[in-house]
Design a protein around this ligand. Structure first.
Ligand SMILES: [Zn+2]
Length: 149
């Protein structure tokens, strides 16, 4: 059976989907649209600090594809920051990641939530538990890098 075209895997959806410069009325603002998968590339590479290879693996795309996504994302963020534009985070070609756990060997991994029944990448069994979407628990405390000073 041919596999459907691969969508980019996204582990975390943004907590905010709109950013705007302070003090400027919306009607005077231009905006750039950053897709969900473009934001994910920034999150993996720039926020989590992964290299291109690991980031590409996490999104289940090739390295050149990841590089292309990240470059587009950087350009949009740069355009917004330097030109005083708002950023809307919206759309894109992606699937939400879910966690799976193997009942045989206990291996835990992340894959698309909506895929066919996966098999364990470690031992190959299909005796798999859905471990639910990847969550970091409640977002009370740690919301990002600590501010310096
Ligand atoms: Zn296994």
């Amino acid at each position: 059976m041919p596999r459907p075209p691969k969508h980019r895997l996204v582990e975390e959806l943004p907590t905010s989907d709109y950013f705007k410069p302070a003090g400027i009325p919306m009607r005077q603002l231009d905006e750039v649209v950053l897709s969900i998968d473009e934001l994910e590339s920034i999150r993996l590479k720039d926020y989590e600090g992964l290299d291109h290879a690991d980031s590409a693996d996490r999104m289940q795309v090739s390295r050149p594809t990841f590089h292309r996504i990240l470059t587009a994302a950087h350009r949009k963020v740069a355009e917004a920051l330097t030109q005083g534009k708002a950023i809307r985070i919206h759309g894109g070609t992606y699937r939400i990641a879910g966690r799976h756990r193997c009942r045989e060997c206990g291996h835990v991994w992340t894959d698309a939530e909506d895929g066919v029944v996966p098999s364990c990448p470690d031992c190959g069994t299909e005796d798999i538990l859905r471990a639910g979407p990847r969550r970091r628990g409640r977002r009370h405390g740690h919301r990002g890098p600590r501010r310096e000073g």
